[in-house]
Write a protein that binds this ligand. Structure first.
Ligand code: SF4
Length: 258
């Protein structure tokens, strides 16, 4: 049993609702989209891709080492990509493996640290309904781990992957798990959010609340982020959304593994 991954690392979450939180990142290989500005093309693009099949045991060992060898272990485990939910079936089996192997070894400290993890998914949202069906049927995972979050980053016009009515696949049933994180390139992206999501929702859909919507600049440098901030702040003030920066880019530049 294995998962195809691109990299594993321990850092802080640099963006979105969990910004600033120490986290273990598992970056899965493969994506079903090909966004032009993608900053992790090495997870899916031919000639750039670097990935490896890691066994459940080896992956579990890495995670457990972060949880055991740290007097203040991280409380956040992030499955990112690429599009991690392409491998949802393997993730699901892996979480079961993790629960079983820790239970079998009766390692109480590890068990405690594992149970206090927030399991988070960063997804483009295109595979979301499948996840909901599975999570709905797998309540034992929800009750074992401390918390869950799904951060959907719908792709807008600049990505060349824009699909009208993308939001129709999002069920409000698991609304409490959800955050939306829009990557904003320019004013056209904000217009799309207004037209296709915020305005339409008032009449027909009452899902993710505005305070759970994050606006993030499309940027690979600190300067580009700062340049776009006023535009994002104006929009957030108008609709009660939130603005997030990309701390990892500010701290280290546009590099892998941070
Ligand atoms: S969905 Fe995400 S990982 Fe996939 S191509 Fe777009 S930006 Fe890259």
């Amino acid at each position: 049993m294995s998962i195809n991954i691109s990299e594993i690392f321990y850092s802080i979450q640099g963006e979105g609702p969990q910004i600033g939180t120490p986290a273990i990142f598992i970056r899965l290989a493969g994506c079903n989209l090909t966004c032009e500005w993608c900053d992790s093309k090495y997870t899916w693009k031919k000639d750039l891709i670097t990935s490896t099949d890691i066994s459940f045991k080896d992956l579990s060992d890495v995670i457990c080492s972060y949880l055991i060898n740290n007097p203040h272990p991280p409380r956040l485990l992030i499955f990112t990509g690429g599009e991690p939910l392409l491998q949802w079936s393997s993730i699901r089996q892996f979480l079961q493996y993790l629960m079983d192997s820790v239970g079998k070894n009766n390692l109480s400290v590890l068990d405690y640290n594992l149970k206090h993890l927030n399991i988070s998914f960063e997804t483009n949202g295109t595979i979301y309904p499948k996840l909901i069906q599975n999570i709905g049927a797998e309540k034992k995972y929800i009750s074992y781990f401390s918390d869950w979050s799904i951060i959907i980053s719908p792709k807008l016009q600049f990505s060349n992957q824009y699909k009208e009515h993308w939001w129709e696949g999002i069920s409000p049933v698991y609304n409490y798990l959800l955050y939306l994180k829009f990557v904003i390139s320019d004013k056209n992206d904000l217009k799309i959010i207004e037209k296709d999501f915020l305005h339409r929702r008032k009449n027909s859909w009452d899902g993710v609340r505005n305070e759970k919507i994050y606006l993030m600049p499309e940027a690979t440098t600190t300067e580009q982020q700062i340049e776009k901030l006023p535009m994002l702040i104006d929009f957030a003030r108008k609709y009660g959304c939130k603005v997030t920066l990309r701390l990892q880019v500010m701290a280290y530049g546009n590099i892998r593994g941070v």
